[in-house]
Design a protein around this ligand. Sequence first.
Ligand code: ADP
Ligand code: ASP
Ligand code: MG
Length: 443
Amino acid sequence: MKFGGTSVDSREAIARVAEIVRSQRERHPIVVVSAMGKTTNTLLAIAAAATAGCRTDALDDLATLRGFHLGESTDPSLAPQIEAHFDELAELVRGLVIMGECTPRASDAVAAFGERLSSLIVAGALRMAGIDSVHIDSRRVIVTDGRHTQAAPLVADTTARLRQQVAPLAARQVVVMGGFLGATVAGVTTTLGRGGSDYTASLVGAALNAEEIQIWTDVDGMLTTDPTILPTAQRVAECSFAEAAELAYFGAKVLHPATVLPAIEKGIPVRILNARRPENAGTRIVASAAPSPGAIRSMACKRRITLVNVVSLRMLMAHGFLRQIFEVFDRFETPVDMLATSEVSVSLTIDNTAALSDICGALATFADVSVEHDQAIVCLVGENIRHSPNVAARVFGALRDVNVRMISQGASRLNISLVVAAGDLPRAIASLHREFFPEARAA
Ligand code: ADP
Ligand code: ASP
Ligand code: MG
């Protein structure tokens, strides 16, 4: 049972978590928690302020965060431990001020405090609610490589440690552990990337052959589109692993993109549930889901996308041009999400712009390069797309007033993706939703 940030952002929210855990006590749940509320953002902002030399601001914000955690903890006996965590964190932050630099390793050390604290506090709250629970430091069991801020779990080691250290405890008690963080074999703290607590939960579930992996969050499940863009989005009752993976990859934040991988390997169903409305059935993600009522199961979108246009300096695209281009993106460890080619040009989209200027520099040695920021990807997903001949026509019909920059269908046979300017995104989503989910209009 994984509980996200909003599900543990106050003592009242944590009390609701305790009741949800109690209601499934006989299933021997293992509880994975995110940092409380927006704590991860706050920690990273504190690290940034410290690095920029704003010592007083950083330490003031840290004091506020300390007060918040102490105030939301229901178990008074935990206060010394919480204080000790913040003392250690304050040392680290002072170190950042002195160094004026925050390495990825230091960033992980800071960010991991969010889940280290929340897991302690939730374990304490469960005990106070009369649920026999025990806290485990995730760094003892989640073993990762050393790619700080984006670490990949070493699955065999992690599985062995979970079976050895967590399984025996979980037979008797509710084990509570933090999501998102892990450690290298040498014991250095790492994190799995933003939103990574979902991934922790599915790693744990797969290692221990769980009946089910539950992702408890602040919405009723996977919805027909991003509710922050279209509040009338509807709950999807069931979807397939392949559909969920595609949606997560293309921006459905409700699920970390890697979450379904361990579940697929073991065939473990994943459920997305609302911690504020536990009676709601949520979304079930299974290997083969009942077909969706329409052609599309759901639409995801990714904002802050950058379009890179690469034009060959020769008249015609010689063979090897694509290889040259991809070699550059590979060298700078930047994934490409979408791609379109013409006679002499290639357009691609990237999400991570950390290496953009290096990439452009390298591409410019053999091509003309231009970059457009502020683009968005809309991705329509459904296993039914392959059986529905007129989906593309309906997409273009719905978007007749929107300038579509790029379109791609076919790679997985279950998605159609398009790129529009970020400013056009709400209009595009609304039109497409009306077209593919007409019943939601009345809601
Ligand atoms: P948690 O802290 O529980 O992990 P997140 O904020 O990471 O929660 O993910 C839940 C949020 O994902 C929702 O509040 C919603 O705004 C957003 N979201 C984006 N796309 C979708 C979608 N297709 N279905 C459901 N939620 C979505
Ligand atoms: N707390 C981490 C984050 O905000 C991990 C998570 O919530 O899944 O990214
Ligand atoms: Mg999340």
